[in-house]
Design a protein. Structure first.
Length: 225
């Protein structure tokens, strides 16, 4: 929501100032960093609500900043890059980014994506009761998943994807719907992102009585045996 602090990390001053101007117009408090090392210090000191993070940074690159943040925090991260590469997008999401934009970008779209990410975070916080599906228990407050009492380690987006499917258990969701519900945008049709995360979830749920079924030509659904 407006009023929250956004950290913009980019080594290009014009990008920092453009993002700052549009985000401040929407009521956000904006701080900036020029490299990855400064970004990590700002994150530790300010605890921002969200980070807009360029990948190609001096000192410490954006990939490493994201990895370090994800090692101890669910802080929302919107990645920026000058490379329009599907592999970069998938890897960025795999290491924990919440969203991904390619430069040059429309600053209004940047604001819209920031707003969407923060809205999802607020919605996630409001989910309080554990969800039971078969032998699976998902605790939104603790962000924990257990199968027969044993914890299952999931990455941020894997957890969000599983929680979303559990809230719609038995219902077929298309890749586009999952991208909208979990990531907030369609990534210009990058539905392979969903497939990659589904594959990882299937591996991690292999010992449970819960499965993710593929409905060919439509999407996926979560079912309990």
């Amino acid at each position: 929501m407006a009023g929250e602090t956004i950290l913009v990390v980019d080594d290009e001053q014009n990008i920092r100032e453009l993002a700052r101007m549009y985000l401040e117009q929407e009521g956000y408090q904006v701080v900036v960093a020029r490299d990855g090392a400064e970004a990590l210090r700002q994150i530790q000191a300010l605890r921002p609500a969200l980070v807009v993070l360029d990948l190609m940074l001096p000192e410490v690159d954006g990939w490493e900043v994201c990895r370090r943040v994800r090692a101890s925090s669910d802080l929302p991260i919107l990645m920026l890059t000058a490379r329009d590469d599907d592999v970069d997008k998938i890897v960025g999401l795999e290491i924990g980014a919440d969203d991904y934009m390619t430069k040059p970008f429309n600053p209004r779209e940047l604001v819209a994506r920031v707003r969407a990410i923060l809205r999802r975070v607020t919605s996630r916080v409001e989910r309080s009761h554990p969800i039971h599906v078969g032998d699976l228990v998902i605790d939104p407050d603790r962000r924990e998943v257990r199968v027969n009492g044993e914890p299952i380690a999931l990455r941020t987006k894997e957890f969000d994807l599983l929680l979303t499917m559990a809230e719609h258990r038995g219902i077929v969701l298309s890749r586009e719907q999952l991208l909208e519900l979990v990531w907030g945008f369609d990534f210009l049709g990058q539905t392979r992102t969903v497939d990659v995360h589904i594959a990882h979830l299937r591996d991690k749920l292999a010992g449970s009585k819960v499965t993710i079924e593929t409905v060919w030509g439509v999407g996926y659904k979560l079912v309990a045996d």
